[in-house]
Design a protein around this ligand. Structure first.
Ligand code: NAP
Ligand code: HSE
Length: 435
């Protein structure tokens, strides 16, 4: 039987989860694949740290090179995160011809092209199922399951931390900071958690999904990003009154009649009747629309030790099979499609909008704001103006019809300059999921 000796770099939430999962299901994996898997060495930063899963002392080292360069190690799992040491770990392993499994979407976003080119050059593979949507096998599904489809649209709740925060804010009226601290304790959040709440982690994942769906490398800098810091209890309340739930959504949509795509991450009003509105807590979901399959939905835990370990084990299984059969370069970063695509600037993307203003309650205010929307050719589909006392500041909420983001932003900039409009207007896009 082929012997696969795994070197794990990182023994934190994911690394210790993988160690534990292999202790539990390693022999099952070995018998299914027809090759034997054994953890040979594990690199960590601190040998004396107390870990959720104890890793035997004789396997541990603080020197990742000792693991990667050990002649007995023939498969490496990079599970430390970040883009500096992790890049070195992956490149060094690939140069030695050793396949690498990674859960590191930040690394793939920043250096994916270089790393996939290195895998090709040195005749080996780079596996990354755990980099997007935790335990959901979305990478394999897009690359293999939907190989016969054109993906017309893809919407993903792909950040467990943000979904956990938004869910608890909505259902319990919980405070943003307190829920974030819980997400950190549960091992969901990145270090630092700004990566999650400012939308960058979701953008890294959305970029990877866009690359797979559309066959060109989506530079993460081209993915438009807004996080959830500015979402308040008021937005959640009024969205609810209008029949919507706010979700941080990664959107990848083919623009009609061109090879250009929308690739973006922003808080989005999702109609309560849509399945994505009921994806709660740390759960992730990816809703895919293909030209042959129609609608398909993937749902599961998006972060945490066990869910992520499940995807890492899937990659380890693939790597074991490839080592057994001698398959090299089985996994290109993406399969180039029929036309070379590009990401469209957000100003050209068309959306519907929820706008919340804080205005002085006096006659003529609503009319002045409506005039600016009208002059910009933006239709108003509904307005909520809670009862207030004349002269006081009150919220004023608009639901707006389709307009490009460029036109909507200009109209809002004009509105925010009106003396009766106080503070910064809040604009949240609305998704109807229509094809
Ligand atoms: P983590 O809990 O912070 O663990 C990081 C591990 O790397 C720690 O064990 C740390 O050692 C070790 N480490 C850091 N620098 C090192 C170095 N120079 N040499 C050796 N070891 C080093 O992080 P995590 O949550 O497991 O995340 C790991 C990766 O998985 C990241 O890329 C993350 O984005 C990705 N990911 C995480 C999740 C999740 O739910 N947490 C889900 C999907 C993907 P010490 O323990 O000694 O400090
Ligand atoms: N911090 C990430 C999240 C981990 O919350 O989704 C999973 O990739």
């Amino acid at each position: 039987m082929q012997q696969v000796k795994l070197g794990i770099i990182g023994g934190g939430t994911v690394g210790s989860g993988v160690f534990e999962a292999l202790a539990r299901n390693g022999s099952l994996l070995s018998s299914r694949v027809g090759a034997n898997i054994k953890v040979h060495r594990v690199a960590v930063r601190d040998l004396h740290k107390k870990r959720a899963t104890a890793i035997p002392k004789n396997l541990l080292t603080t020197d990742w090179r000792e693991v990667v360069c050990d002649p007995e190690v023939n498969l490496v799992a990079e599970l430390i995160g970040g883009t500096t040491v992790a890049r070195e770990v992956v490149l060094t392993s690939l140069k030695l011809g050793k396949p690498v499994v990674t859960a590191n979407k930040a690394l793939l976003s920043a250096h994916g092209e270089e790393l996939f080119a290195a895998a090709k050059k040195y005749g080996t593979n780079l596996y990354y199922e755990a980099s997007v949507a935790g335990g959901i096998p979305i990478i394999k599904s897009l690359r293999e399951g939907f190989v016969g489809n054109r993906i017309t649209a893809l919407y993903g709740i792909v950040n467990g931390t943000c979904n956990y925060i938004l869910t608890r804010m909505k259902l319990e009226g919980a405070d943003f900071g307190a829920v974030l601290a819980d997400a950190q304790k549960l091992g969901y959040a990145e270090t630092p958690p700004d990566l999650d709440i400012d939308g960058h982690d979701a953008a890294h994942k959305t970029g990877i999904l866009a690359s797979l769906a559309h066959g060109f490398w989506v530079n993460p800098k081209k993915v438009y990003v807004e996080g959830i810091r500015h979402i308040s209890a008021l937005d959640i309340k009024y969205a609810g009154e209008l029949g919507y739930t706010i979700k941080l959504l990664g959107t990848v949509k083919k623009l009609e009649g061109s090879c250009r795509v929308q690739a973006s991450v922003y808080p989005t009003l999702v109609p309560n009747a849509h399945v994505l509105a009921s994806v709660n807590g740390v759960f992730n979901a990816v809703f895919v629309q293909g030209d042959i399959v129609g609608d398909a939905l993937f749902y599961g835990r998006g972060a945490g030790k066990d869910a992520t370990a499940s995807s890492v084990l899937s990659d380890i299984g693939d790597a074991m099979l490839d080592l057994k059969t001698g398959i090299k370069n089985r996994l290109p970063a993406f399969v180039p499609h029929e036309c070379a695509g590009a990401v469209a600037p957000i100003s050209e993307v068309v959306s519907q909008y929820f706008v919340r203003l804080n205005v002085v309650d006096k006659p003529g205010v609503l009319a002045r704001i409506a005039t600016i929307f009208g002059q910009s050719n933006i239709g108003i589909s509904s307005v909520i103006q809670p009862e207030g006392h004349e002269g006081e500041s009150v919220p004023l909420i608009f639901m707006l019809h389709y307009a490009t983001n460029g036109v909507a932003a200009k109209a809002l900039a004009k509105i925010s300059k009106l003396p009766t409009v106080k503070g910064k207007p809040v604009m949240i896009r609305v998704e109807s999921f229509e094809q």
